[in-house]
Ligand binder design. Structure first.
Ligand code: ATP
Ligand code: MG
Length: 154
């Protein structure tokens, strides 16, 4: 891991642009709403974090659905949310999704789920960047994850 100054909005815009094609294949639209923000982090880890969250937002979505990646600066905190209009996570699973190898019943997704390592990796990588990963909400109308990072101030 190699921490450096990262223009996080530019990294996210680039990543979302590159993931548009995959989203379109599943009849999904991917939107961004990004304020400018600089953080101190490892670029490769940031890519892994957001590839995994967007990949989940694609895999567990519904045809014609939406994905929104938003970045807001809130005081000394950079707040990135990945929101989807997908199938949601049952309430009884909310406490387990960050455990390695945990998957909700794989029959429920259009594409068979993966190994269940994605979110545990995202959590580790976010914490290694002094960030924090949380499930904001999940229900019938979809799921929102949030990652906080400290704002870089010189
Ligand atoms: P992997 O990421 O290793 O390919 P995975 O996607 O199954 O496999 P995680 O990313 O760790 O594993 O997610 C764990 C489980 O949480 C998933 O199996 C899925 O059931 C549920 N989940 C994760 N993200 C979402 C989401 N955005 N909407 C609905 N369910 C989700
Ligand atoms: Mg995953």
């Amino acid at each position: 891991q190699q921490a450096e100054v990262v223009q996080l909005d530019a990294l996210l815009l680039d990543l979302c642009t590159r993931m548009q094609g995959k989203a379109a294949k599943f009849d999904l639209t991917l939107h961004t709403q990004l304020e400018p923000a600089v953080i101190w982090a490892d670029q490769e880890s940031l890519m892994q974090i957001f590839i995994n969250l967007i990949d989940n937002a694609i895999k567990y979505n519904r045809p014609g659905g939406q994905i929104k990646v938003a970045l807001f600066v809130d005081g000394n905190r950079v707040d990135v949310t990945v929101q989807d209009t997908g199938i949601g996570i049952p309430a009884e699973a909310h406490g387990k999704i960050f455990e390695p190898f945990y998957t909700v019943n794989r029959d429920r997704s259009r594409i068979s789920g993966g190994t269940g390592l994605g979110l545990s990796l995202v959590k580790q990588l976010a914490e290694a960047q002094k960030g924090e990963l949380a499930l904001v909400k999940s229900g019938e109308d979809g799921t929102t994850f949030r990652v906080y990072f400290p704002l870089y101030n010189g």
